[in-house]
Design a protein around this ligand. Structure first.
Ligand SMILES: *Cc1c(COP(=O)(O)O)cnc(C)c1O
Length: 214
């Protein structure tokens, strides 16, 4: 059985190696530990090992799990990585420091009315899949403009490549779309492909199973 601290070190080492291979500074990549479905005890092991950024995909689960942990570990930063309904926007801004799933105008308008202003990523449906979150590639410029118009802090673009395909071309495409919009943030890469994502410019990788499972 591996320990949380060992898994964390391994993922950090692999991120650093991929960054160096691509001539990038490893410190330019934020590791978000995806803790959806994980117990508070499992999360705490990673916090104690030094992890600070965590991702959840449901507002309600995060509301149940995180207030106690955050009171104990004030340096923690929470990321919303799942689909967000506009009617949950105010609750989400109260809890999350970063929201990775901006994919429509109504959500942007709801966030603009909220008191707190988390950093945002526009999510792109990079493989043009039915049933997948994210905006169409053609809608990226309009959504980026809408976030900027409302003065919300925009970090970049986020995507999940389609299952069953080589992910690297989709990472490269997301990087190109971000570059066109003058955005430097790229939230891409999960347990199976975060090294490729880092080599192609990811500034944020979202890793779940590689950090939590033995
Ligand atoms: C669950 C999830 C991840 C993490 O997936 P793993 O394969 O467990 O690393 C990353 N991003 C999003 C949006 C997720 O929902």
């Amino acid at each position: 059985m591996t320990q949380a601290a060992d898994r964390l070190q391994l993922v950090r080492d692999r991120i650093a190696a991929a960054a160096k291979a691509a001539g990038r500074d490893p410190a330019s990549v934020t590791l978000v530990a995806v803790s959806k479905g994980r117990s508070a005890a499992a999360v705490e092991q990673l916090i104690v090992a030094g992890q600070r950024d965590f991702g959840e995909n449901r507002v309600q689960e995060a509301q149940e799990k995180w207030p106690t942990l955050r009171a104990r570990y004030p340096g923690v930063r929470l990321h919303e990585i799942g689909q967000l309904q506009s009617n949950k926007a105010a609750e989400a801004t109260a809890l999350f420091d970063v929201i990775h799933s901006i994919d429509r105008l109504t959500l942007i308008d709801a966030l603009a009315k909220a008191e707190r202003r988390p950093d945002l990523y526009v999510q792109v449906n990079i493989g043009a899949e039915d049933q997948k979150g994210g905006c169409a590639i053609a809608d990226v410029p309009a959504l980026v403009a809408a976030v900027r118009d409302r003065g919300l802090p925009l970090l970049g673009l986020m995507a999940i490549p389609p299952l069953g395909f080589e992910p690297a071309p989709f990472f490269a495409l997301l990087a190109k779309l971000a570059w066109r919009e003058g955005l430097s943030g790229l939230s891409m890469g999960m347990s199976s492909d975060y090294r490729a994502a880092v080599m192609l410019g990811a500034t944020c990788v979202r890793v779940g199973s590689a950090l939590f499972d033995d």
